[in-house]
Design a protein around this ligand. Structure first.
Ligand SMILES: NC(=O)c1ccc[n+]([C@@H]2O[C@H](COP(=O)([O-])OP(=O)(O)OC[C@H]3O[C@@H](n4cnc5c(N)ncnc54)[C@H](OP(=O)(O)O)[C@@H]3O)[C@@H](O)[C@H]2O)c1
Length: 272
């Protein structure tokens, strides 16, 4: 079993995508406190630069603030090149960046869906692929791919986001099986609902009731690395959703449709 202790990561490098807000920012904060050097990636350079100054001053680590739009093809290769130019060999990759839409399908243009699919799924795959040589250069190393309870079943009104997370969930566990023999622990993290900038993050009454804060799933993920955990679920109030796999698909979709219908739009499924 591959395990990765936080102490071992001290002085090594981690890359965190989507570090300008929410869960990604919290990953950067907790890793910095453990003495890990960081490459933080997102589009909002002002937020990344402020985070980099704060963390490097407070913890005496190196932080590279790298502005990349992961919706653009070829960014994973560019990121690897930038890190190579800095003489950095990654030991931990945190694939956290994502975006979503909470609306009826027809209310969003196709380009926005392409962007969601590219950031949430395609860029994540490319980052794993590009950084494999870095990761396998260490005796043990890790990847954390951030999934969601939305991966457990289809979600009307967030159909593309949920499908992208199902992709992450499946891909990440498949990769774990392939790479553990190389000493690379691929963890799939399932955080529960948290109020962040993510659209639809706490959609549905149940999600609002069980809302968490970013520090908790991040702590669980880092503890999970130490234990060699393949899937880390920190999603209070959503455990029952995993039972959906055992129930008839029509029943499941009606229940989830009720949960995720926007109050201002009503539920289309009521009329079918
Ligand atoms: N919040 C929840 O309830 C919840 C629950 C389960 C799973 N998750 C998952 O947790 C992860 C983090 O989400 P969050 O809730 O922390 O959301 P968030 O606050 O909206 O953060 C998303 C991050 O992704 C970055 N990002 C978005 N588009 C990007 C692009 N094109 N290129 C580069 N970076 C991009 C954003 O930075 P810029 O805008 O600066 O680019 C931001 O830093 C996601 O994978 C999400 O699916 C969240």
């Amino acid at each position: 079993m591959v395990t990765l202790r936080l102490e071992e990561l001290k002085g090594h490098w981690a890359l965190v995508t989507g570090a300008s807000s929410g869960i990604g920012r919290e990953f950067a904060v907790q890793l910095a406190a453990a003495g890990v050097n960081l490459a933080v990636v997102a589009r909002r350079a002002d937020l990344l630069n402020a985070l980099a100054s704060e963390l490097s001053e407070r913890h005496g680590i190196r932080v590279l603030a790298l502005r990349h739009d992961l919706a653009e093809p070829g960014q994973a290769r560019r990121l690897r090149q930038r890190l190579q130019d800095e003489g950095v060999t990654l030991r931990l990759l945190v694939n956290n960046a994502a975006l979503g839409r909470w609306a009826r399908f027809e209310e969003t243009p196709a380009e926005s869906y392409e962007e969601i699919i590219h950031v949430n799924a395609a860029a994540l795959v490319s980052l794993c692929r590009e950084f494999l040589p870095d990761l396998s250069a260490h005796p043990s190393s890790g990847i954390i791919n951030v999934s969601s309870p939305a991966a457990y079943q289809p979600v009307p009104y967030m159909a593309v986001y949920a499908a992208s997370k199902t992709f992450v969930h499946s891909f990440s566990q498949g990769l774990h099986a392939e790479w553990r023999a190389r000493g690379v622990l691929v963890q799939t993290l399932v955080p529960g609902p948290i109020s962040t900038e993510l659209e639809g993050a706490t959609a549905g009454r149940r999600a609002t009731r069980h809302r968490s804060t970013p520090d908790k799933p991040v702590r669980a993920a880092l503890a999970g690395l130490e234990e060699g955990a393949t899937v880390v679920v920190h999603a209070k109030g959503t455990y029952w959703q995993r039972l959906f796999a055992l129930l008839p698909a029509g029943f499941v979709i009606r229940q989830v449709g009720k949960m995720f219908a926007r109050p201002d739009h009503g539920n289309l499924l009521d009329r079918s």
